[in-house]
Design a protein. Structure first.
Lengths: 672, 331
C-alpha cells in the first residue's frame, strides 16, 4: 500500500515526523517497505499483513496512529470516513426511476450505488492526478481517477459504469451462466464458470465482481450518466474467481483481505464530494443500498488477567479498555473483564487471544521482558535414528570423507536408483521436476564440479520414491587417498576395499555387525563383478564402466548407497566388554595355496572355527599369484595371533596353528 | 705394575690422539670394556703373591677410572663439534609444504545444524525429523490456514498431488507432534523446506529451516522472548538483543516477527530473523489441549541466514552447489 505524506496529513494531525509515523506503523505490524521521494514529496510504501485488509487505506493506517500515539488527532475528513457519514439527500424516489439493484447470490452481502447525470468525463483535478502518479498509478479520466483515489483513502473499491451502456439500466449480481463470456478492461475475453460472481445488467455480465470491470460498460469521454458501485463481496469468492481468471487488481487485493461492509456508503459520499469539487456535478439524490446479509459480530469475553499472563507483562483493565476502544471495539466492563464487540472492519478478531494481541501491540512488544520457561524439561537433543545418523556422520568425517549437501529437485540421471521417481506437478523448470531417489547423482555432480578426481564425498539426505521417503547415505570415492605431498612415495587409491573399510566403520558406529554378500541381482550402476550387498542395508562397489563413461566420472570410482532408515532400525547402543589378558600373545604365520574361487570369508571362518577361542585375531597380510603359482590359485599369507590366560609356549602355539592348517587342507588348501 | 703403567700410557696417548667419538668408543671397547686389555690384566692377579694382590687390583682400578674419566672428557670435547656437523647435514627447509592428514570436511550448513542442535538440546528441546514430502493437512490445515487464505499465496508451493506437497515450512512437524505427544513438551526440527521461487543470490526453491515449539503451563510471550534471546546469543554473540514486531502467521496468536541486533555483526541495525508467537489456540484445541491450562510458543528461522550473517556470505546459491573452494573456507 502506497500513500503520500499529504494524503496522511489530510487524515491526521500529528507532532510525529513522517519517519516516526513509519516507525510506529512498523512496530504495530504495518512494516515500512520504503520511503521514496517522488515529485518532491515523500511516498510511503507500507506492507499490509494478509489478515488486515483495513490497513490498505489511509483511513485504516490513520486509525493505528491514533490508537498508539496520544499526541495525534484525527481531522474532520477522518471523522467523516471513520464514523457513519450519511449524506443528507434522502429522496430515493427519483433514483429508483433511473435504475435498480438485485442481488441473487449470498457471496454479495451488500450493494450500494449512486447515479450521476449531466457529466463530462474529462481529466481529474491536478492534485488528484499528482497523488495518483506519486503512488504509481496512471491517471485516466475524472471518474476512474476518483474511484481509485477514494479507494486509497477508504479502502473501499468503487466502480463507475456508463449507465447508458447497461441493458435495462439496472444491476443484477449473480453467478455466471454456462458459456457466458466477458471482455474485461484489460482487453482479455474470459470464458466464465457458474461459480464465478458477476455484476450484470438486464442481459449480460458487465463486470467480474470485486475484480475488474467489463470493456462494454466502461466509462468514456462520451459518458454523461454514471452508475457508481460500492459493494461488499465475500473475500473467498473474489479470490477464487480472480485466480481462475488470472487477474489481480487493487480491488481484488482489498476484497481478498476483507473490506468494511459498513464503509460502503461513506465511500460513495466521499466520491460525490470530490466530484462536486472537481466539476460541480451533484449526484441524483439518494442512495440505492441493498443489504441482505448484515454481518453478525459476536462479543467476546476478554480477561485482563489472561492478557497479562499470555503477554508476560502486566497490563491494567484501564489500559485494556483504552487500547481496544481506540481501535474501534465496543466494550462493556465487568470487574476486570470486558465484553468486547469488534469493529466491523476487523474480521481477524475472533477469539480472546486475538484481543490479547491487540492489547500487546498497542501496549508495546518492546515492554515484554525476557524469561526462560520453567517446569518440565525433557532430555533435549537427538534421540533414536537421528542420534545414530549423528554418530555415522562423525565417523565418515573421521574416515576422511567430506560432506556434500545438494538439491533434492533434479533432472533424471544415469546414477538414479531403479525405483520410480516422484515428480513435481508444477516444477519451476524441467531440470528441477523430479525428486532424487538416490544421493549418487548429487555426488557425481559434486565430484565433477570439483575436478572429478581425487575426491571422497558423502551425502546424507532424504530420498524419495513413490510415497516412500527414506534417509540415505551415498558415498563417492575416487583417486588418491593421500593428500598431495612433494616427497614421492606410495600413493594409495580408492578402491572396493578402501570403501569396504569405510563401510565397516559406518556399521561399527551404528553398532551393527556388517555382513557382506555377493550381489545376487547386480545393481546395474555398478561393475557386475566388483560389487557387493550389505543385506537389507545397501549396496557398494566400483562404478559400471558404461555408467562411468556416461556420467564423466573416472572408471575407478567406487560408490555406496546405504539406507540409514534401515540401518537405524538395527542400530544399538550395545557394547560388550571382553576381558583383557595380561599375558603375552603368540603369533604364527601360515602361507597357503588355495583356489581363487574359495571366498576369503570361508577361509577366515574355517580358521576361526578350528582355533576356537584361543585365536585372538587373524589377518591376511599378503596375497601372491603369478610366477610359480598354478593358474586359478593364489598364495595367501595369514597371521594368527593367539592369546589365553597364561603364557603360550612354542609347542602350544604350534598345536593351535596346526589345527588351522588341518582344517584349511580339508578345504583344499595346501600349506606352502 | 710396569704392565699397568705401560698400558696406561698407550691408552692415554690413544685417547689424546683420537679425532672422533667413534674412535674413542673403539678405544673404550679395546682397553676399558668388559673384555678390554686393561680389564684383562686383572686375570693375571691369581699368579701374584697374596700380599701383592690388593695393591695390584687397586692400581688397575685406579688406572681404569682415570682413563675412563679422560675418555669421557674427550668424548664431550669432540661430540659437540661432530653433532654440529651432523645437524647441519640433517637440515630441513621448514617452510616446505606440510604432509596434511586427509581429514573429512563437514559442510558449513551441517556445522550450523550441529550448533543449533547443541543449543536447543541443552535447553531441553527434543529433535524431531519430519518428512520433506508432506501432506497438505500438516503443512496448512493443521496450522490453522483457512482454505483459500491469501497467506498461502505468498509461498507458492511445489505440489506432487492435491494432497502431497514439498513442505514449505519446518512448522509442518507441529501437527505430527501434537498427534502423538501430550503436553508438556519441547521440540525442535532443522530441516529442508521448499518454495516455488526463482533462484538468485537471496532466494532459492530449496532451503533449510529451524522450527522450535513448546507447550506447558503458563507459557507466555516473555518465555518466547527469553528462549529466542538465549538461542540468538549462543548463535550470534553475547550482546544480542531481541525485538518483537507484530506480524501475521495463521499458526500463532499473538504473532510477531523478531529481529536481533548486535554491535558486532550489523552495526546495531535490527535484522529480521523469522516469525514467532504463541501457538494459536485453535491448533491447541484441535488436538484436545486445554487452552486454559496450557499455552505454548513457536518460532522459526532460515538456517542459511545464520552463516550468511556470521561469515558475510553474500550468495545463497553457494550452500547447495558443493564447490569445495566455498566449503573449505569453513573447515
Amino acid at each position: 500500500m502506497k500513500l503520500t505524506e499529504s494524503m496522511l496529513r489530510d487524515f491526521v494531525t500529528t507532532e510525529l515526523t513522517i519517519e516516526e509515523v513509519c516507525d510506529l506503523w512498523t512496530m504495530t505490524g504495518f512494516e515500512l517497505e520504503g520511503i521514496t521521494e517522488v515529485e518532491g514529496e515523500k511516498v510511503l510504501d507500507i506492507n499490509i499483513m494478509a489478515n488486515r485488509g483495513d490497513g490498505a487505506s489511509v483511513l485504516g493506517l490513520s486509525r493505528e496512529i491514533l490508537a498508539k500515539d496520544p499526541s495525534s488527532q484525527g481531522t474532520e475528513l477522518y471523522g467523516h470516513l471513520a464514523d457513519g457519514w450519511v449524506a443528507s439527500d434522502e429522496a430515493e424516489k427519483s433514483l429508483e426511476t433511473l435504475t435498480s439493484v438485485e442481488i441473487q447470490i449470498p457471496d454479495c452481502t451488500r450493494y450500494a450505488c449512486r447515479v450521476f447525470e449531466g457529466l463530462s468525463n474529462g481529466v481529474s483535478p491536478g492534485w488528484v492526478q499528482e497523488r495518483l502518479r506519486k503512488v504509481g498509478q496512471r491517471p485516466i479520466s475524472l471518474l476512474v481517477d476518483l474511484t481509485n483515489y477514494v479507494m486509497l483513502e477508504t479502502g473501499q473499491p468503487l466502480h463507475a459504469f456508463d449507465l447508458d451502456k447497461l441493458d435495462g439500466q439496472r444491476i443484477v449480481v449473480r453467478s455466471a451462466k454456462v458459456g457466458e463470456k466477458i471482455k474485461t478492461l484489460d482487453g482479455t475475453t474470459h470464458d466464465l464458470k457458474p461459480d464465478q460472481m458477476m455484476i450484470c445488467d438486464a442481459t449480460k455480465a458487465v463486470a467480474v465482481a470485486g475484480v475488474m470491470g467489463g470493456e462494454d460498460s466502461e466509462v468514456s469521454a462520451e459518458t454523461t450518466r454514471c452508475l457508481l458501485e460500492s459493494a461488499h463481496f465475500d473475500h473467498q469468492s473474489v479470490r477464487r474467481t480472480r485466480k481462475q481468471l488470472g487477474l489481480q487488481t487493487d480491488a481484488s487485493y482489498r476484497f481478498e483481505r476483507y473490506v468494511d461492509p459498513e464503509g460502503i456508503v461513506r465511500a460513495l459520499n466521499r466520491f460525490a464530494e470530490l466530484l462536486e469539487d472537481a466539476c460541480g456535478c451533484t449526484p441524483v439524490p439518494g442512495v440505492i443500498d441493498v443489504y441482505p446479509i448484515k454481518p453478525v459480530r459476536k462479543s467476546i469475553n476478554v480477561r485482563t488477567e489472561r492478557c497479562s499472563k499470555m503477554l508476560g507483562m502486566v497490563v491494567t483493565p484501564e489500559e485494556v479498555e483504552r487500547y481496544l476502544t481506540s481501535l474501534g471495539s465496543k466494550l462493556a466492563r465487568n470487574d476486570s473483564n470486558f465484553e468486547v464487540t469488534p469493529p466491523t472492519w476487523r474480521i481477524d478478531l475472533e477469539r480472546e487471544d486475538d484481543y490479547i494481541e491487540e492489547v500487546g501491540r498497542v501496549h508495546g512488544y518492546e515492554r515484554i521482558p525476557e524469561a526462560l520457561p520453567i517446569g518440565s524439561t525433557p532430555v533435549g537433543g537427538s534421540h533414536g535414528l537421528e542420534a545414530v545418523i549423528d554418530r555415522i556422520r562423525e565417523e565418515l568425517l573421521r574416515c576422511g570423507l567430506s560432506q556434500t549437501i545438494s538439491h533434492s529437485l533434479r533432472d533424471s540421471h544415469t546414477l538414479d536408483a531403479g525405483t520410480a521417481r516422484v515428480s513435481v506437478r508444477n516444477p519451476h523448470s524441467p531440470e528441477m521436476a523430479l525428486l532424487r531417489n538416490s544421493n549418487l547423482p548429487c555426488l557425481a555432480d559434486a565430484a565433477l564440479k570439483n575436478g572429478g578426481k581425487d575426491v571422497h564425498f558423502f551425502e546424507i539426505g532424504h530420498v524419495f520414491s513413490t510415497d516412500i521417503e527414506t534417509v540415505q547415505l551415498g558415498i563417492l570415492s575416487t583417486g588418491s587417498l593421500d593428500s598431495v605431498f612433494w616427497q614421492t612415495g606410495v600413493q594409495t587409491s580408492a578402491d572396493f576395499y578402501s570403501l569396504k573399510g569405510v563401510l565397516e566403520k559406518v556399521m561399527q558406529a551404528a553398532r551393527v555387525e556388517m555382513l557382506v554378500e555377493k550381489s545376487i541381482k547386480p545393481d546395474t550402476r555398478l561393475h557386475p563383478t566388483r560389487q557387493a550387498v550389505i543385506p537389507g542395508i545397501g549396496v557398494f562397489g566400483q562404478i559400471h564402466p558404461d555408467i562411468a563413461e556416461q556420467s564423466d566420472v573416472p572408471p575407478e570410482t567406487v560408490l555406496a548407497e546405504i539406507s540409514l532408515t534401515a540401518l537405524g532400525k538395527l542400530a544399538t547402543e550395545d557394547v560388550q566388554y571382553h576381558q583383557v589378558h595380561r599375558h603375552p600373545a603368540a603369533r604364527r604365520d601360515i602361507a597357503i595355496l588355495v583356489s581363487k574361487e574359495t571366498p576369503y570369508a570361508t577361509i577366515e571362518e574355517t580358521v576361526a572355527k578350528a582355533c576356537g577361542n584361543q585365536l585372538e585375531r587373524q589377518w591376511l597380510f599378503d596375497v601372491y599369484e603369478g610366477k610359480g603359482i598354478e593358474p586359478g590359485f593364489h598364495s595367501l599369507a595369514i597371521a594368527l595371533q593367539f592369546r589365553k590366560s597364561g603364557n603360550f609356549n612354542d609347542e602350544e602355539a604350534n598345536q593351535v596353528r596346526d589345527l588351522a592348517v588341518a582344517a584349511l587342507e580339508e578345504l583344499g588348501a595346501k600349506l606352502r | 705394575m710396569d704392565q699397568i703403567q705401560l698400558l696406561e700410557k698407550i691408552v692415554e696417548e690413544a685417547i689424546q690422539g683420537s679425532t672422533s667419538t667413534a674412535e674413542l668408543r673403539a678405544i673404550e671397547l679395546k682397553y676399558l670394556g668388559k673384555s678390554g686389555e686393561l680389564t684383562g690384566l686383572m686375570r693375571g692377579i691369581g699368579q701374584l703373591p697374596p700380599d701383592e694382590k690388593p695393591k695390584f687390583g687397586a692400581a688397575v682400578n685406579e688406572a681404569k677410572n682415570r682413563l675412563q674419566e679422560l675418555l669421557d672428557g674427550r668424548v664431550l670435547e669432540l661430540k659437540s663439534g661432530e653433532q654440529a656437523i651432523q645437524f647441519e647435514a640433517d637440515k630441513l627447509d621448514v617452510t616446505k609444504p606440510a604432509r596434511v592428514p586427509r581429514a573429512g570436511r563437514e559442510h558449513v550448513l551441517q556445522q550450523t545444524f550441529n550448533k543449533i542442535k547443541r543449543v536447543m538440546g541443552s535447553m531441553g528441546f527434543v529433535y524431531f525429523d519430519g518428512p520433506e514430502l508432506e501432506h497438505f493437512r500438516y503443512n496448512f490445515d493443521a496450522l490453522n490456514y483457512p482454505p483459500d487464505h491469501p497467506a498461502m499465496d505468498a509461498q507458492d508451493t511445489f505440489y506432487i498431488t492435491d494432497d502431497l506437497l514439498l513442505r514449505t515450512q519446518g512448522t509442518a512437524i507441529q501437527g505430527r507432534v501434537f498427534e502423538e505427544v501430550k503436553p508438556p513438551f519441547r521440540f525442535f526440527t532443522v530441516g529442508r523446506t521448499f518454495r516455488n521461487e526463482a533462484v538468485d543470490r537471496t532466494h532459492s526453491h530449496t532451503f533449510h529451516q529451524i522450527d522450535v515449539f513448546m507447550v506447558d503451563e503458563g507459557i507466555s510471550m516473555a518465555h518466547l522472548k527469553g528462549t529466542l534471546g538465549a538461542f540468538a546469543r549462543e548463535m550470534f554473540g553475547e550482546d544480542v538483543k531481541v525485538r518483537f514486531r507484530p506480524d501475521f502467521f495463521p499458526f500463532v496468536e499473538p504473532g510477531v516477527d523478531y529481529a536481533i541486533s548486535t554491535s558486532k555483526l550489523f552495526n546495531g541495525r535490527w535484522v529480521e530473523l523469522g516469525g514467532a508467537g504463541l501457538i494459536h489456540p485453535n491448533i491447541l484445541e484441535r488436538y484436545g489441549i486445554d487452552t486454559e491450562r496450557y499455552s505454548g510458543f513457536a518460532f522459526g528461522l532460515g538456517v542459511e541466514r545464520i552463516p550468511m550473517m556470521a561469515y558475510g556470505i553474500d550468495d545463497l546459491r553457494h550452500f547447495l552447489e558443493n564447490d569445495t573452494r566455498f566449503l573449505e573456507q569453513f573447515a
